[in-house]
Write a protein of this length. Structure first.
Lengths: 388, 125
């Protein structure tokens, strides 16, 4: 638990009052007063999201536009220029994004460690040519934006979208629900963005999320966020979901939580996120610490992030030591708990590469006892992203 | 005579009946924990000191220890909640009990809060 004394410094999202009204249990998280759960509780919220649709206030996350200082040329030339700049900081294929396409990538430090994971979007509208839309984690947003602004100073300008809220609507019924409010969203492809208008306000709707389900993330002006959320919540298929279920949903989906599963000391190769390194980027080797990361790609890393499934019912929490058959410590759990849809304990953590194969038996030291577990493929549940 | 239930500041309840104390967690504790997904109970025959670890209860979010409010020997555990941890949330003061202890010193039970005292204690939280 965080210090109650720090409460006065905590910020509130534009949806805070609604979160309280809906009975949200408010806790400090990444400098904000956020709902960890609503009255139905984490377990039911989790299952509701997988069965219908969950509404999440994720306005604490960092949203910004990165724009060329001196934009010139046609639409693709401008995109190439701004993409080339961000590509000096991330290993993802950004130049290759089509208008309206979103990419998950990693902000790297000079040692190949991960400063943050983020979404980079090329807006669909040609009037935004030479602009990228960034969404970063709440806990790292100040440092991320300062880093990007400093590194690209004079060439690109970073404008934080402080007045914008971010609402995620996730689950198999998200498309049906949102289509009624914003006709056209159901036809969107996964990992694309499109502009919409609601009550004369401009919204950016991304078909994306972090739950393993189909869904949307909606950027909208803070002053209409509550009425917009109310319209969605009026649908019987929609329930408000707190950070607790957000965490169990992303863990079941095998997705990393920044600061836990990945941080400044873990590389993309160790974190098993090599798919986030673009093919062209690997050949060009022009991202931060490319020599270290490419070295690990060829020669292997000293540890790898894997899924871990305890054989029994006892959850293994973050920090749990992982041991081999001889009892030697071979790694540590970085996220662990109970998966409501799996109906059992699940975890992820780092192990020696020779122990990273699916099915490898491991021990987890829980309250002084070594409990049997196995390396398990992730995601722990089948992903159900929308495919057109 | 009705059997009295006593309470602790850690939100456990104790019901003493003929030298055997049944121990569980209160409605308040169950509510605070959220959905219980795992319970670890001690072995029958184990001697537990006052303040010693009596059980572990885990919700989706976190693990918590249940400490024995009194000393004694474990004579029975509620295996039903190991199989169905949700019973702890459904009926924390009844079917969701944790363990039964053969009490070493009945005065330790008498020193715990009465129901009225516990209610006052909750108001102050």
């Amino acid at each position: 638990m965080a210090e109650p004394a720090a409460a006065e410094h905590l910020k509130r999202t534009p949806i805070y009052a609604l979160n309280v009204e809906l009975g949200g249990k408010i806790v400090p998280f990444a400098g904000y007063e956020m709902p960890v759960q609503f009255p139905q509780g984490i377990l039911k919220e989790h299952l509701h999201t997988r069965a219908a649709a969950g509404l999440f206030d994720v306005s604490h996350m960092g949203q910004a536009f990165l724009r060329l200082e001196n934009a010139s040329g046609d639409v693709d030339t401008r995109h190439d220029a701004i993409a080339g700049l961000i590509e000096t900081l991330v290993p993802g294929e950004i130049k290759g994004l089509k208008p309206g396409q979103i990419r998950y990538t990693l902000l790297l430090n000079d040692q190949g460690g991960i400063r943050d994971d983020l979404m980079v979007t090329r807006p669909a509208d040609p009037k935004f040519a030479g602009t990228l839309f960034l969404v970063v984690n709440a806990g790292t947003k100040d440092a991320d934006f300062a880093h990007i602004a400093a590194k690209l100073k004079g060439r690109a300008r970073l404008d934080r979208l402080e007045d914008q809220a971010l609402i995620a609507l996730q689950g198999p019924k998200a498309a049906k629900v949102l289509e009624r409010v914003l006709p056209g969203v159901a036809a969107m492809s996964f990992m694309t963005i499109a502009p919409f208008t609601w009550e004369r306000a401009q919204l950016f709707v991304s078909r994306s999320g972090y739950t393993g389900e189909d869904g949307y993330e909606i950027t909208l002006p803070g002053n209409i966020a509550v009425p917009f959320a109310r319209v969605l919540l009026a649908d019987n298929d929609v329930a408000p979901i707190g950070l607790g279920a957000r965490d169990s949903l992303r863990l079941e989906a095998g997705l990393c939580l920044y600061g836990h599963d990945i941080d400044e000391t873990t590389t993309p190769v160790e974190a098993n996120l090599t798919w986030a390194i673009g093919k062209r980027r690997k050949m060009e080797k022009n991202f931060p610490a490319a020599d270290i990361i490419m070295g690990q790609l060829f020669d292997g890393a000293k540890r790898l992030r894997v899924g871990v499934k305890p054989d029994g019912r006892a959850p293994a929490r973050e920090g749990t030591e992982i041991v081999d058959a001889n009892g030697a410590i071979v790694g540590r759990i970085t996220s662990g708990g109970f998966g409501p849809s799996v109906n059992g304990p699940i975890a992820m953590g780092y192990v020696r590469p020779d122990l990273a194969k699916d099915g490898t038996p491991l021990g987890l030291v829980v309250r002084g006892q070594t409990l049997p577990a196995r390396v398990a493929p992730m995601p722990f549940i089948p992903k159900r992203f929308h495919k057109p | 005579m009705m059997i009295e239930t006593r309470y602790t500041k850690d939100h456990e309840w104790v019901r003493l009946d003929g030298g055997i104390a049944t121990i569980g967690i209160t409605d308040y504790a169950a509510e605070q924990l959220g959905d219980v997904v795992f319970v670890e109970l001690p072995k029958v025959g184990k001697a537990i000191e006052k303040g010693g670890e009596a059980a572990v209860v885990e919700s989706v979010k976190a693990a918590s220890e249940v400490y024995a409010p009194i000393a004694g020997e474990v004579v029975e555990v509620n295996s039903a909640i190991e199989g169905e941890p949700a019973n702890v949330n459904a009926e924390p003061m009844g079917a969701g009990w944790f363990i039964k202890l053969k009490v070493k010193n009945a005065a330790e039970v008498g020193a715990l809060m009465t129901e009225a005292q516990y209610r006052d204690y909750l108001k102050g939280l």
